[in-house]
Write a protein that binds this ligand. Structure first.
Ligand SMILES: Nc1ncnc2c1ncn2[C@@H]1O[C@H](COP(=O)(O)OP(=O)(O)OP(=O)(O)O)[C@@H](O)[C@H]1O
Length: 688
């Protein structure tokens, strides 16, 4: 139709003498993304239907009708074109060059202009909506995904031969025409916007290739990775690691092994995804190679995709009117609770606000592991384009000033990352030394958050002047994931030893020297807590984190390490008690002990012990394997410390085996037993 006949707006600054906006009538709001709001509009002269993306946070043009005006007024986007000292004409130049793109697999861009502080981007209207929209009605079948992937590969093949990298492939950027044609959208524009406005590059964490996050290179193969993630998104309703905070995902992707498509899918589909998600970009196939994959070659015609459009339209009709709670769909995104950083499931798009301390500390992790600083935007705001269920966790309106808005919008977000040097120049902030974290190793947890820039943030959030996160005994807060985590319940965790410790304390309180003893014992326990955590627990956890692990495994271990480190910093005596309670809990539970013994029989826990003896022939060094589990070895039927007696069991009537026992668990419990005796019979113990 008219689209092809209309002259393209190739002038980088196509602002005619009359207001160019008056040439268009905005018809309806189609949706909202990270940078702006998209409207269906009509070009008044030609009656051509187009899509208009408006970017900027000033009030809408007055010519709008009341309904549109109202909806525009809620569109407070994060980019302020007026305040930006960046050159908008660069963006316009990029759009003008995109207008040269001529492929049936790529959304047409016609041009752009700035009116009333808003950048208007005029583009082809695609009535089928985005794949993200279509996913609201349910996940796609393999057959549908195969068609979409083939069309995306054709689009990427075109862009790559034109030396253009899309940089932001995801379901939200895949548009469908009413007849099922598939078109890539937003290519280059988002990147250019970000480059121009933020001096950085752009991407959406969940879909970003590991080499991009590591800043090891950004080439066309990065688009193939994102395609693999998009395929999982279409099959499962969300990308892998969607339950984690985007900042955490940035940390996990380069560390972990690639995500895998799990579930009842064909081997062809699983293999296609695995090919896309090849970690080494050099070995990752190109678009033209993937077009030859059997999963793609067997794909049907694009008209088959109209089923998805029809299904979505039916789904929409069933939705309650705006203002009423929306029906739960398979597609979820997250709202971050700005205190605990737990995730609360929300439907449709959400606001993303988070405690600065948490963001900052996650930024630290990312910074130390990738050398990049996420750009945390103080004034950002996010809004919902669809009715959403407010869980109460998301912060709204003016509350945003007390939290932060990052350029991160849950599963549907764009993250902006600054190269490290630039961030340092920009902020004058403290950047950790390179040697803070050995490359390739998980970032060491310091127990506090080092502020990187804009110190005033700290005053407005739950960070104290030194940058320490003020959160008590909450493993889920601070530095780690948004994945729902159990809060540490110090009372509950001490239940196991309550009777034991309680009886000892009761005895102690009746003793005249109880106060002094208690203080001394407390300080000893505190010291023990510090050394237990620093010398045993953290190194053990650190040692068990490997690069070939699943992201969830890495994340769980990181959370554990952080929890212990935080607990040790907050209350090292409590850390000591928790560890002992765990050990005692294991010891007191016959079923658990049985499992450990069974596992020990299969995988004996041994260490090499070197002994040196001076003989007449000189120094003789021997090596022996020593059982360090404290449990019977496969050949033993009783505990090594005495027939039928379990040395791990603290028994006030019968002392456990000597402190020379080989088991560290037994040693710890022996120490506790001794401590109990000291409180019970101080005079006796001090004279011994
Ligand atoms: N050319 C178009 N034709 C029809 N609908 C469109 C068009 N472009 C965008 N939309 C609709 O507008 C919504 C918002 O699009 P937009 O490009 O602003 O954000 P996004 O791609 O969803 O997210 P982000 O900006 O974070 O990448 C899309 O999800 C889609 O429903």
């Amino acid at each position: 139709m008219q689209i092809e006949q209309r002259p393209r707006l190739r002038d980088p600054c196509p602002v005619p003498s009359t207001n160019p906006a008056s040439q268009y009538t905005l018809l309806e709001k189609l949706g909202t993304g990270s940078f702006g709001t998209v409207y269906k509009a009509m070009h008044n002269d030609t009656k051509q239907i187009v899509a208009v993306k408006q970017i900027g946070n000033q009030p809408p043009i007055p010519a709008l009708g009341p309904r549109l005006k109202e909806s525009c007024e809620t569109d407070q986007r994060l980019i302020d074109l007026e305040d930006s000292d960046d050159d908008i004409s660069e963006i316009q130049q990029e759009i003008a060059s995109l207008a040269q793109c001529d492929s049936e697999y790529v959304t047409r861009y016609y041009g752009s202009f700035v009116v009333n502080y808003k950048l208007w981007i005029i583009m082809e209207y695609l009535a089928g909506g985005s794949c993200l929209d279509l996913l609201k009605a349910g996940v796609f079948s393999e057959a549908h995904i195969a068609v979409i992937c083939r069309e995306l590969l054709l689009g990427l093949d075109y862009l790559h031969t034109e030396n253009t990298i899309h940089r932001d492939i995801k379901a939200a950027n895949v548009l469908l025409s009413s007849s099922g044609k598939v078109k890539l959208a937003d290519f280059g524009v988002a990147a250019q916007l970000t480059n121009t406005l933020r001096h950085t590059f752009v991407g959406t964490p969940f879909w970003m290739a590991p080499e991009v996050i590591r800043q090891a290179g950004y080439d066309m193969k990065a688009d193939m990775w994102s395609l693999g993630i998009t395929a999982i998104e279409m099959a499962k309703g969300e990308p892998p690691l969607a339950e984690y905070h985007p900042m955490r995902v940035l940390f996990l992707i380069p560390k972990a092994k690639p995500p895998v498509l799990e579930g009842a899918f064909s081997t062809a589909f699983k293999d296609f995804v695995a090919q896309c998600l090849t970690k080494d970009p050099a070995s990752r196939p190109s678009a033209s190679e993937l077009l030859q994959h059997r999963f793609i070659r067997s794909a049907r015609k694009t008209s088959y995709l109209t089923e998805l459009i029809e299904r979505y339209q039916e789904w929409r009709l069933k939705q309650p009117p705006k203002g009423q709670p929306a029906q739960a769909t398979i597609r979820n995104s997250m709202a971050w609770d700005n205190n605990t950083m737990r995730s609360d499931w929300n439907f449709d798009t959400v606001r993303t606000v988070s405690a600065m301390g948490t963001m900052r500390s996650m930024a630290q992790d990312l910074q130390s592991s990738t050398g990049m600083v996420p750009d945390i935007d103080e004034e950002s705001e996010f809004e919902e384009s669809q009715p959403s269920v407010d869980t109460g966790a998301a912060t709204k309106g003016s509350d945003l000033t007390s939290g932060i808005g990052m350029n991160l919008q849950a599963a549907h977000s764009t993250v902006i990352i600054k190269p490290l040097e630039k961030a340092a120049q920009f902020d004058g902030g403290k950047i950790p030394e390179e040697e803070d974290t050995p490359s390739g190793a998980p970032p060491a947890y310091t127990g506090s958050v080092r502020t990187t820039r804009r110190a005033s943030y700290a005053e407005r959030t739950s960070i104290d002047g030194t940058g320490t996160v003020l959160s008590a005994a909450d493993l889920g807060s601070g530095v780690d994931t948004i994945r729902p985590v159990k809060k540490v319940d110090p009372v509950g965790s001490l239940k196991l030893s309550a009777e034991f410790v309680g009886s000892l304390r009761k005895e102690a309180s009746t003793s005249p020297t109880s106060s002094t003893n208690h203080k001394r014992n407390a300080s000893e326990s505190a010291k023990a807590g510090v050394s237990m955590v620093d010398q045993v627990i953290l190194p053990a956890i650190q040692k068990s984190i490997r690069d070939d692990m699943d992201a969830r495994e890495i994340e769980s271990l990181s959370m554990l390490a952080r929890g212990f480190a935080e607990l040790k910093d907050t209350n090292s005596e409590l850390a000591y008690n928790v560890v002992l309670d765990i050990l005692q809990g294991i010891n007191d539970n016959p079923a658990v002990k049985q499992h450990i013994q069974a596992s020990h029989r299969l995988f004996p826990h041994k260490r090499i012990v070197r002994k040196s003896v001076m003989t007449t022939k000189g120094l003789v060094v021997t090596e022996e394997q020593e059982d360090i589990s404290g449990l019977p070895s496969s050949s033993e039927t009783s505990f090594p410390h005495g027939a039928g007696h379990d040395p791990l069991a603290p028994d006030v009537n019968e002392p456990p085996s000597s402190p020379k026992t080989k088991s560290p668990i037994a040693e710890l419990l022996y120490m506790r037993w001794l401590e109990g005796l000291r409180i019970k019979w101080p005079s006796l113990m001090s004279s011994s």
